[in-house]
Design a protein around this ligand. Structure first.
Ligand code: 4GT
Length: 221
């Protein structure tokens, strides 16, 4: 799998070279290319934004650098081209399972007041939002999508870590504990130290159900 990220702020993606995703990239399990849109502008001052037609605050990213960059990274339109935007359909785990089957994802990040609508109409397959709030740019959402998808690329996580999740579909995770047994007067529930795996599974299911009822009752409907 290859993920190409198009952005005016490539330095924002250094976190992707850390931790689990960073290791997967180093081991060649997936490729993440971060491409600077500014490298594709035809403007002699390397400008990538301009004033909005119709007036209003802020700047709008021009269609030309976006179009040229997308055509350079995906000339035959084989990739799924995604624009991260608060106007998009809400990103969810089901979408992760769909995207992980793609050979190539192109993630376009907007900044300022957004991008010229013609860049969306001409070059984008779908718009995705990571939730109902506004950010200064699409870079964090692109990292969210890249991280979620990377976890399901073969060999990135152990199969056991992923199986556990699919069992607990539509339920939130049960609480986890590690050593020591006692920390500041709070002890690890006895059942988890019993070695009785039937009882442990039962306890975890009950805890999952309880936390889902409390925090996300919508998931149970
Ligand atoms: C929120 C989201 C997103 C923004 C989201 C274009 C200019 C959009 C700023 C950008 N805010 N992008 N993808 N909820 N802001 O996913």
């Amino acid at each position: 799998m290859k993920i190409t990220i198009l952005t005016l702020f490539p330095e924002m993606f250094t976190p992707l070279s850390e931790s689990i995703v960073g290791r997967a990239v180093k081991e060649g399990k997936l490729t993440i290319d971060v491409v600077n849109l500014r490298d594709y502008t035809e403007d002699k001052h390397l400008k990538c934004d301009d004033y909005p037609f119709g007036g209003g605050a802020g700047m709008v990213m021009m269609a030309q650098p976006i179009g040229s960059a997308i055509e350079a990274v995906d000339p035959e339109h084989k990739a799924r081209r995604i624009y991260l935007s608060p106007k998009g359909k809400t990103f969810c785990q089901e979408k992760v399972f769909e995207l992980v089957n793609a050979e190539h994802l192109v993630l376009l990040c907007g900044h300022y007041e957004g991008i010229d609508q013609r860049a969306i109409d001409l070059f984008i397959d779908e718009e995705l939002s990571i939730g109902d709030y506004v950010l200064t740019g699409g870079e964090l959402p692109a990292m969210v999508v890249a991280d979620c998808v990377a976890r399901y690329v073969d060999g990135v996580l152990s199969p056991e870590s992923l199986v556990q999740e699919s069992f607990s579909e539509n339920l939130l995770e049960y609480p986890q504990y590690t050593r020591p047994v006692e920390y500041r007067g709070l002890t690890v529930p006895e059942v988890l130290r019993s070695g009785n795996h039937g009882e442990i599974d039962k306890w975890r299911r009950e805890q999952s159900l309880a936390v889902t009822k409390k925090n996300r009752p919508d998931l149970l409907k």
